[in-house]
Design a protein around this ligand. Structure first.
Ligand SMILES: C[S@@+](CC[C@H](N)C(=O)[O-])C[C@H]1O[C@@H](n2cnc3c(N)ncnc32)[C@H](O)[C@@H]1O
Length: 489
């Protein structure tokens, strides 16, 4: 590193978010991610804080990053005037391509280019992903992902979707046959995967405008190496993707990544928050347009190194398939703002005719946190209190078309657990059947053992009759809140 270079300013991450919101019901959502997401978003909206902490974070909004599910990341950056960076700091193409071999990008080895699944595995005709990884990421797959790499499933004989023009939206994906909740529509290995944020150093002498242009230049430089390693057909597919960032200083590759990338967290060892995320670009998944009441949800399958896309409710043949690019639980006005960098207005029902009721419902949905442990040990609450609250939550979720969200899974699964607490295996098994298709949830656990009310799994469940035996009629000494009962909080 040159001595006249300034490291990006990490203090930006210490700012408090304006409106800390909990968009997940689950305590497993890292708060740091929520914080970082808010900070990044504000940094972007405050029209290009040029001293932001890293190239990617500066460029990409992670406004949806507090979601547990993958999301398309967007960059609400206004137009960046093109300026030339001073001589000696122009972006240069590295040009080195080492096909199917790990390739250190720089001498310190802080990034490697690699192909996933690795070519050392038995070769197949399966598509591969060109990746830019930080040290440790590849190990997550090679050492800590049992069964990796699992082959992709054979394509279905009758495809569940087709790609076609959608008036006013460019290309889109429509259902080729009727779909049920939980149907798997597509399994797809990404074309590329790279860090969402790449730290950038820049000379103190840069003007803010030059610094702004330097970041996309640097992102493009890294992305060029990754795309340069792709198979010809995959590279051509990448360049066919839509680019909504042609006027903001992004390069042609980076612009496509920003338009089509899906955020993935948890793959950069020791790095939490939005800057610890990867972005992955697929060929078909990238054709899914946005809706604030979407009917599909992608999920990344580590064993296959592929995205799986599920229907989150019944879909009619010919209906457009969509997913949410950002947090759909925020008010319509905020959602409209989040669409801006993509240069479209959302035409879903909740956005076309925004109502205060819809905004209020979405806010209420976001703030509800079902807690089996709190209810089951609280005699002041009626036996049906939690089930009733979850039923209200499900009704609101269905009305707003938000079945994709973790809130939907949590409410459904909480009802099943409430009946287990009440020792009602009949009803619990009915709700297990409702939980079973919700496979897109990040917190999904198989419920097959509970589909039969006579299953021995009930008696062996840690919550079985918890409300009756331990706590009914008063907080008894048997009520060991904080031990095994802390579930679904
Ligand atoms: C990830 S791409 C989706 C596929 C894209 N329509 C295409 O032709 O490849 C994102 C871009 O699609 C368009 N788009 C996505 N959702 C839309 C919507 N609800 N209404 C209009 N355009 C949309 C915007 O141009 C956006 O930048």
């Amino acid at each position: 590193m040159k001595s006249d270079c300034t490291q990006a300013d990490p203090t930006a991450a210490n700012n408090q978010p304006k409106r800390p919101r909990k968009t997940s019901l689950l305590t497993s959502t890292p708060q740091s991610l929520v914080l970082a997401a808010s900070v990044v978003k504000r940094a972007c909206i405050d029209s290009f804080k040029w001293d932001s902490f890293s190239a990617g974070a500066q460029l990409y909004s992670a406004s949806g990053a507090c979601h547990n599910s993958p999301m398309i990341l967007k960059a609400p950056v206004g137009k960046v005037e093109k300026v030339d960076v001073p001589k000696g700091f122009e972006t240069k193409l590295n040009g080195k391509c080492c096909k199917f071999k790990d390739h250190k990008i720089n001498s310190s080895g802080s990034y490697i280019c690699t192909t996933m699944p690795p070519a050392t595995e038995p070769t197949t005709d399966e598509p591969t992903t060109e990746c830019l990884f930080v040290p440790g990421t590849k190990d997550i797959f090679l050492r800590n992902t049992p069964g990796f790499p699992q082959p992709l499933p054979a394509p279905p004989t009758s495809p569940a979707f087709r790609i076609q023009e959608i008036p006013g939206k460019g290309l889109g994906v429509v259902a080729a046959r009727p779909l049920k909740q939980g149907d798997l529509l597509l399994t797809e290995r990404p074309l590329l995967m790279m860090p969402l944020a790449i730290p950038v150093t820049r000379p103190r002498t840069f003007t803010p405008a030059q610094a702004m242009q330097h970041s996309p230049n640097e992102s493009e430089r890294y992305a060029e190496i990754v795309v340069g390693r792709m198979e010809k057909g995959r590279r051509e597919a990448f360049y066919r993707l839509h680019n909504s960032h042609t006027e903001d200083g992004s390069g042609p590759i980076d612009g496509r990544i920003r338009t089509n990338g899906i955020g993935l967290r948890g793959l950069q060892p020791g790095v939490a928050g939005a800057i610890g995320m990867y972005t992955a670009v697929c060929d078909v998944v990238a054709r899914l347009n946005h809706s604030c009441s979407p009917n599909t949800q992608p999920k990344f399958n580590r064993t296959m190194f592929a995205f799986e896309v599920y229907a989150v409710r019944e879909v009619a043949e010919g209906e457009e398939l969509t997913f949410q690019y950002f947090d759909a639980l925020v008010p319509a006005e905020e959602r409209a703002e989040m669409c801006t960098p993509y240069a479209f207005k959302c035409s879903c029902a909740a956005c076309t005719e925004p109502t205060r009721e819809s905004d209020a419902r979405r806010a209420e949905i976001a703030s509800f946190m079902p807690s089996v442990s709190a209810w089951s040990t609280n005699p002041a609450l009626a036996d049906d209190w939690l089930v009733d609250r979850c039923l209200e939550q499900l009704e609101m979720l269905e009305r707003e078309g938000l079945q994709y969200s973790e809130q939907y899974y949590m409410a459904t699964q909480t009802i099943m657990e409430s009946y287990i607490c009440l020792g009602d295996a009949e009803r619990a098994s009915q709700w297990a059947a409702r939980v079973k298709p919700l496979v897109w949830s990040e917190h999904y656990r198989p419920v097959d053992d509970f589909l039969d009310p006579k299953s021995p799994a009930y008696a062996g469940h840690v919550l079985w009759r918890a409300r009756i035996d331990d706590c009914h009629g008063g907080l008894s000494s048997n009520c060991r809140l904080g031990e095994t009962r802390m579930v679904a909080t």
